[in-house]
Design a protein around this ligand. Structure first.
Ligand SMILES: CCCCCCCCCCCCCCCC(=O)SCCNC(=O)CCNC(=O)[C@H](O)C(C)(C)COP(=O)(O)OP(=O)(O)OC[C@H]1O[C@@H](n2cnc3c(N)ncnc32)[C@H](O)[C@@H]1OP(=O)(O)O
Length: 149
C-alpha cells in the first residue's frame, strides 16, 4: 500500500495525551504534526508540515528540525511497543532538500532488539513516494522512572 493511502486506515493518535514535548508539544508552533498508530503492526506514523520558521537555507527545512521529528517518531514506536527507551545513536540521511510548507509522511518501525538495544528505522516521503530522508537509530531500554513514566 502506498502513502498517503496507507494513512487512511490508521488511528490518529491523541495529540493532547502528552503536550510537553519540544517537537510535538503545545508550545511548538512551527511544525504541524499528527501521529498515527496502526493497531495491527509495530509501526508508527506521522504526517508533518514544516512551516517557514523551520527553514535553514531560504525555503528549505533545517536538517536539525527533520532529525528532531524523526527522532521523536522513532522513539514513539518503542514506547508504543512497551519498550520505553532513549536515543543512544541516530543517523539521518538527507536525500533531497525538503521545501517548507510541504506535507510529508514518516513511517518508523522496530527492526530488531538485542538485549536492551532497540534498532529502529524511519523514513520520510511525500505523497508521490519521493524519499526526503531516512534514519536509523539505536535506542536503549531504560526503567520507566528514568523517563518520568
Ligand atoms: C508514547 C507515544 C507518544 C507520542 C507523542 C509524544 C512523544 C513523546 C516523546 C517520546 C519519544 C521520545 C523521543 C525522543 C527520544 C530522546 O530524545 S531521548 C533523549 C536523548 N537521549 C539521551 O538522553 C540518552 C543519553 N544516554 C544515556 O542515558 C545512556 O548513555 C544510555 C543510552 C541509556 C546507555 O547507558 P547505560 O544504561 O549505562 O547502558 P550501557 O550499558 O552503556 O549500554 C547498553 C547497551 O547499549 C549500547 N550503547 C550505548 N550507547 C550506545 C551508542 N551510542 N551507540 C551504540 N550502542 C550503544 C551499549 O554498547 C550496550 O550494548 P550491549 O553491551 O548490551 O550489547
Amino acid at each position: 500500500m502506498k502513502i498517503p493511502d496507507e494513512f487512511q486506515h490508521l488511528t490518529p493518535y491523541n495529540m493532547n495525551s502528552y503536550t510537553d514535548s519540544f517537537v510535538s508539544g503545545k508550545q511548538q508552533k512551527y511544525i504541524e504534526l499528527q501521529y498515527y498508530r496502526d493497531e495491527n503492526s509495530l509501526k508508527f506514523y506521522a504526517r508533518v508540515l514544516f512551516h517557514v520558521e523551520t527553514q535553514g537555507a531560504p525555503g528549505i527545512v533545517h536538517g536539525g528540525a527533520i532529525a528532531s521529528v524523526l527522532d521523536e517518531t522513532m522513539g514513539a514506536v518503542s514506547f508504543l511497543n512497551k519498550m520505553p527507551a532513549v536515543t543512544a545513536s541516530l543517523t539521518v540521511n538527507y536525500h533531497r532538500p525538503l521545501p517548507v510548507e510541504k506535507t510529508v509522511y514518516i513511517i518508523t518501525q522496530v527492526e530488531k532488539t538485542e538485549g536492551r538495544k532497540i534498532y529502529i528505522i524511519g523514513k520520510m516521503v511525500d505523497k508521490n513516494q519521493r524519499l526526503f530522508a531516512d534514519s536509523k537509530g539505536i535506542f536503549v531500554k531504560v526503567p520507566n522512572e528514568r523517563i518520568g513514566l
